[in-house]
Design a protein around this ligand. Structure first.
Ligand SMILES: [Zn+2]
Ligand SMILES: [Zn+2]
Length: 240
């Protein structure tokens, strides 16, 4: 079982869940930017280990982009010297191994021909999704963890050439009480959300809780069949 992390080209990570564990040391060394959707463990678990593994072999810091609230949580609860050293001060404050860069919804970070923009989300902690764009080709939207979020679809309806959408549906419909509290989506809630989407990207469904994969994927198949969604598999490569 792996948790959320997407590698973009070879130098950008979107979220740093346990999927990062599939990368070799050479691959880890190439990561210059990490964009975090939010502070939950399944999205950040490998960030402390990543920086600890590579920092002495790198010439420049790893830049961590995330909402200010997420960075504050990381500072207070992870990089606090008790759980893990504060790598924004290692080896010293002038040449740190990690740099925290706040991002707000609507903000676009341009990296060469690529750009990463923060999308609205609605989760139990402050959260964003990300839109990945390449000026010469299409784009990919990743919702991160979110419950219903009208603003998200308003933004995505304005995106030129949206080729792919990775959407979450964490639990099956029967878990609707839990889903409400945890602010996730189920297959029927996602189906409702997608009625607001005016374009037709290839849809990939992710974040299915391991104990519920069979039921959730069956519901995805029956409730979203008109959109021909796929389940996002470990190791899947998107060509944008
Ligand atoms: Zn979450
Ligand atoms: Zn999550």
């Amino acid at each position: 079982m792996r948790t959320t992390s997407l590698l973009v080209d070879d130098d950008i990570l979107v979220d740093a869940g346990t999927g990062v564990g599939d990368l070799s040391l050479e691959e880890l060394l190439r990561i210059d930017h990490v964009f975090l959707t939010h502070s939950h463990m399944d999205h950040i678990a490998c960030l402390p280990l990543l920086v600890d593994t590579v920092w002495e072999m790198r010439q420049s810091p790893i830049i961590v982009h995330a909402p200010m609230e997420t960075l504050d949580i990381l500072r207070a609860h992870i990089f606090n010297w008790a759980i893990w050293p504060d790598f924004t001060m290692i080896p010293d404050a002038e040449r740190p191994a990690l740099v925290f860069e706040p991002i707000v919804v609507g903000q676009k970070v341009v990296l060469g021909e690529r750009s990463v923009s923060a999308l609205p989300a609605n989760h139990s902690v402050p959260a964003v999704g990300y839109l990945l764009e390449n000026e010469n080709s299409g784009s990919l939207a990743f919702t991160g963890d979110t419950a219903a979020c009208d603003e998200l679809w308003d933004v995505l309806n304005q995106v030129r050439r949206l080729s792919y959408l990775i959407a979450e549906t964490a639990f099956p419909d029967a878990q609707s009480r839990l889903v409400k509290a945890a602010r996730h989506l189920t297959p029927s809630l996602l189906a409702d959300e997608l009625t607001a989407l005016e374009t037709l990207p290839d849809i990939y469904v992710s974040h299915l809780k391991p104990g519920h994969v069979e039921t959730t994927s069956r519901e995805v198949e029956s409730l979203l069949h008109h959109l021909r969604p796929s389940l996002l598999r470990q190791g899947h490569v998107f060509d944008v």
